[in-house]
Design a protein around this ligand. Structure first.
Ligand SMILES: [Zn+2]
Length: 465
C-alpha cells in the first residue's frame, strides 16, 4: 500500500538536510542558549519570541498566544483542506539546571563532546521539536510546498505539569482541529534502537492521614490509646494483596482490554532483566498478577504505589512516643480507560467500607491515561518515517510507564497521538549534563521530514478509522 522505495522520494530533501547540517546546529545552539526555565520563570518570554522567529524563518505562519501562565507558540501551514492535517506538539520550557557544580560544561552553553550535544533542554525538548520545524523548511526549499497541512503547538509549561495546556486546547478547538498528533519528547529503547510510543499512563496522587489525638503521647499509653500508625498499616493492608492485586473495589472495572496485536508488540520488545536488575541494584523483579513480562507490566499494569510513609519519631537514636497521626502518600499509575476521579471515589468508598471513615484524603495530581490503537493507519506513517530516517525498524511500544499530556489530544481533540523519540535512553533529562546524541538529531531531522510524506500517502482516510 505504501510506496516504500528507500530514499527515492526523499533523496533531494535528505540531501538538503545534510547540506544544512552546520547551519541548523548553529540555529539550534542559539535556541538552546536562550534559557527558558518554567519553574522560576527565567527567560520564558524571550525564548517564546525566539522560537516564533525560528519558525517564521522556516516558512511557518506563527503567532504567540498568551495563557494564564506561559505563552503558547502556535504555527501552521495550510496547503489544502483535502490533505491530512497533523498537529506537532512540543515544549520550549526546560527544567532548572541546578545543581550547577555537577555540570561538566555550562548548562546553557551547548557543547559537543564525543558525538553528543550537552545543554539543559537539548533533548527535553528543544532539539526534538526543532527537527519538525526544519522539516518544513526542507520541504519548502526543495519541493516548494509541504505535502500535508501542519499545525504546531509548543507550550512553555510542560516541566511544571502543563497547567494551561488543556484550557488552551479547550478554548482553541477550531484552531487545533487535525487528523493526528505527533510529538518527539522521549527517548530510544535502552538497547539504542529507535522506538515509537503509543500511550502513557495516567496518575492519581493521594495522601491519606489518620489523626488520633491532639498531641503525641508517652508510649505507655499504647495500652489504652490506639496507635494511628498501626491503623494506617491495617488500612494499607486492605488495599493490596500478596499477589499484587490492588483490592480497591472497582479499581480494575474500566481497564481497557489489551489486543492481541498489543501483546505481540510487547513480546517483541527486547528486555534483559538481569542487566536491568543490576542497573537498579535489585536481586529480581516482582511480577504483575497477569504476566511475567517486564514490559507488559510496565505498560499494562496499573499501580498503587506507596511514595512515602510518615508517623512518630524518625530522627536518630530512640524516642518512645505514641504518635498523634500517621500519613501515607500514594501514587496510582493508571491505564486506559481508568479515570482518576472515579478511582478517587472508589478509594473513598473502599476506606469507608473497611471502617476507615475517619481517614482524611487529600489529592494532589490527576492525569488521564491515553493509548492509541497500534493498528491505526497513521501509526504506519510513523513506522515508515523512522525506517527511512534511521534505516532501522522501530520498536513499537503500545504505551510507556510514564505520564505525559497525551489525553489532551486523544481525549479532547479525539485524534490518535504518536510519539517518535530522537533522544538516547541515557539523555539525562532533568539531571545535570543533559545530552542529545548527534546521530539522533540528524536522523531525527530526516525522520521528521519523511513523516509528512508517508502521511500524505495515507491521506485523510486514516481519520475515519
Ligand atoms: Zn519533555
Amino acid at each position: 500500500m505504501i510506496d516504500y522505495q528507500k530514499g527515492t522520494r526523499m533523496k533531494e530533501i535528505f540531501q538538503y538536510i545534510q547540506d544544512k547540517q552546520q547551519e541548523y546546529l548553529e540555529e539550534l545552539f542559539t535556541f538552546l542558549r536562550c534559557k527558558s526555565v518554567s519553574s522560576y520563570n527565567d527567560g520564558i518570554k524571550e525564548c517564546a519570541q525566539l522560537l516564533s522567529e525560528i519558525m517564521e524563518k522556516s516558512g511557518i505562519q506563527t503567532a504567540i498566544y498568551p495563557t494564564q501562565g506561559n505563552p503558547v507558540v502556535y504555527g501552521e501551514i495550510i496547503e489544502d483542506s483535502a490533505l491530512p492535517t497533523m498537529l506537532i506538539y512540543g515544549h520550549y520550557d526546560v527544567q532548572p539546571p541546578e545543581p550547577l557544580d555537577e555540570w561538566n560544561s555550562p548548562p546553557f552553553e551547548p557543547t559537543i563532546r564525543e558525538g553528543k550535544i550537552y545543554c539543559r533542554g537539548v533533548s527535553d525538548d528543544k532539539s526534538q521539536l526543532y527537527t519538525h520545524i526544519k522539516a518544513v523548511e526542507a520541504w519548502k526549499k526543495t519541493k516548494g510546498r509541504y505535502p500535508v497541512n501542519v499545525k504546531f503547538l509548543f507550550e512553555g509549561e510542560e516541566e511544571i505539569g502543563s497547567p494551561n495546556l488543556l484550557p488552551f486546547v479547550e478554548s482553541h478547538k477550531e484552531l487545533l482541529s487535525c487528523d493526528v498528533c505527533f510529538y518527539s519528547d522521549s527517548h530510544f529503547h535502552e538497547n539504542g534502537k529507535p522506538q515509537i510510543n503509543l500511550g502513557v499512563k495516567g496518575l492519581c496522587y493521594v495522601e491519606i492521614t489518620i489523626e488520633n489525638a491532639k498531641t503525641d503521647m508517652h508510649s505507655m499509653m499504647a495500652t489504652s490509646i490506639q496507635n494511628p500508625a498501626w491503623r494506617l498499616v491495617q488500612l494499607l493492608n486492605t488495599m493490596y494483596d500478596s499477589e499484587g492485586h490492588i483490592c480497591i473495589e472497582g479499581f480494575y472495572d474500566d481497564v481497557r482490554p489489551i489486543s492481541n496485536l498489543e501483546i505481540e508488540a510487547v513480546n517483541k520488545i527486547p528486555v534483559n532483566e538481569k542487566e536491568l536488575c543490576e542497573v537498579y541494584g535489585v536481586r529480581e523483579f516482582i511480577h504483575g498478577p497477569h504476566s511475567k513480562n517486564f514490559y507488559y507490566n510496565l505498560i499494562f499494569e496499573p499501580t498503587c504505589n506507596i511514595s512515602g510513609l510518615t508517623s512518630g519519631y524518625t530522627g536518630p537514636g530512640s524516642k518512645t512516643v505514641l504518635p498523634r497521626q500517621a500519613s501515607v502518600k500514594i501514587d496510582m499509575r493508571l491505564v486506559p480507560d481508568q479515570d482518576p476521579e472515579k478511582i478517587l471515589k472508589a478509594l473513598r468508598l473502599h476506606l469507608n467500607r473497611h471502617g476507615f471513615e475517619d481517614a482524611k484524603m487529600t489529592h494532589y495530581g490527576m492525569v488521564m491515561p491515553s493509548r492509541t490503537r497500534i493498528d491505526h493507519l497513521y501509526v504506519s506513517a510513523a513506522v515508515n518515517a523512522v525506517k527511512l530516517g534511521f534505516e532501522e525498524e522501530p520498536i513499537l511500544f503500545p504505551g510507556i510507564g510514564g505520564v505525559a499530556p497525551d489525553f489532551v489530544f486523544t481525549g479532547h481533540i479525539n485524534v490518535p497521538t504518536i510519539v517518535i523519540p530522537y533522544a538516547a535512553a541515557d539523555q539525562k533529562n532533568h539531571a545535570p549534563n543533559e545530552s542529545m546524541v548527534m546521530d539522533g538529531f540528524i536522523k531525527g531531522l530526516r525522520t521528521s521530514a519523511a513523516l509528512p510524506y508517508y502521511l500524505a500517502q495515507i491521506g485523510r482516510k486514516g481519520k475515519q478509522e
